[in-house]
Design a protein around this ligand. Sequence first.
Ligand code: CXA
Ligand code: ZN
Length: 408
Amino acid sequence: MARHSISAVIAFLCFSIVGFARNQQDQLYSVRVSVSTAEQRTEIANAGIAIDKVFSDSIGFIGTKEDIKRVEGLGFSIKASELPRRALDFPSDDKNFHNYSETVASLDEIAKNHPKIAQRFSIGKSLEGREITGIRLSGNPSRDSLPTAIFMGCHHAREHLSVEVPLKLAEYLANNYETDSRVKSLLDTREVVIVPMINPDGAEYDISSGSYKYWRKNRRKNDDGTYGVDLNRNYGKGFGGAGASSSPSSDTYHGPEAFSEPETQAVRDWVRGRKKATVLLSFHTFSELILWPFGHTYDQVPSKTDQDVFETMGKKMATWNKYTPQKSSELYLASGDTTDWAYDELKIFAFTFELTPDSMFGGGFYPGAEAIEPTFKANIEPALYLIEKAENPYSVLNESVDPLRLIP
Ligand code: CXA
Ligand code: ZN
């Protein structure tokens, strides 16, 4: 009996220390787990699994044999199929996606072609030394107190479509400023800042070998020799709580402390500096969702008015892109994400969009270049709406009774 429990303790310790390392060569699986409640999904998230897709009776994730064993160990039943190691590097089939240098070049091109309204900037350097670069768009660039809308992409390396949509948004705003009166009046009275690739090291790593690696995190070399911190678990609000892993090899490893990573430090310091930032949208993929805080707790945000603003804006944006609008904890708990921090510290109305496709069947993280244009188009109206509401997000609460709108 005693020996039994000692070996159980040793086994547990070994498990905790060894963790669940993912090696380069490990076969990855697309896994379905039968679960139906947010609490069950949180239990899986708490096992260090990065859930990709929530269905009413199951969830999907990408993981190793060890991940599968851990989930089975919790008593859940699973179905797994081997992921093909397709050769889908950007230069060939998916060449229309932008790698890091192409992303920088595109932003440079926009700034060069529209010098009066567009300037490129850097928010800092990634761990491997790449500039995390963005573009500022405003018809009034000399004024630094305009209401600001912030758009970001690619916290997660493999979510390449989340680079393309904000990049296209920058092109769209710049190209239409002169000719589209709506875009002109928005940019003349607002500042729009777009940083399409928050995690350039991870994004480059994901495409570095000619076949996608399903890489999610940044490229931090952790103390145990594994790589990567999940940047969407590394922010300050609720850091280290539910749905974030303390195991460095996990896909949802939160890092040694809040803002331990240069990428999240750069976002934090730069967002803090946007004194009139009121709205923020962080693009991710996939599942076609519109998410808002809180994600680290099932509790609502403390202000009922703010909760109403989130719900009203989220549901309104869903009328255009047809995504499912919900508080992010309705999916599963996740602690330390961008939007919980931005709302909690700076009271920015911060949303996450999980872009196309709807599920693994549409290609999951790798939907192909043909997804770029329709996904961008579906999200133009939501983006313009956010920019419009940057002036005063609370105005959305009065919209149905706004008398001006009743005049034909
Ligand atoms: C998410 C986003 C914001 C708050 C909580 C949860 C979902 C996101 C995640 O887990 O970080 N999903 S994703 N893009 O597949 O990783
Ligand atoms: Zn993501």
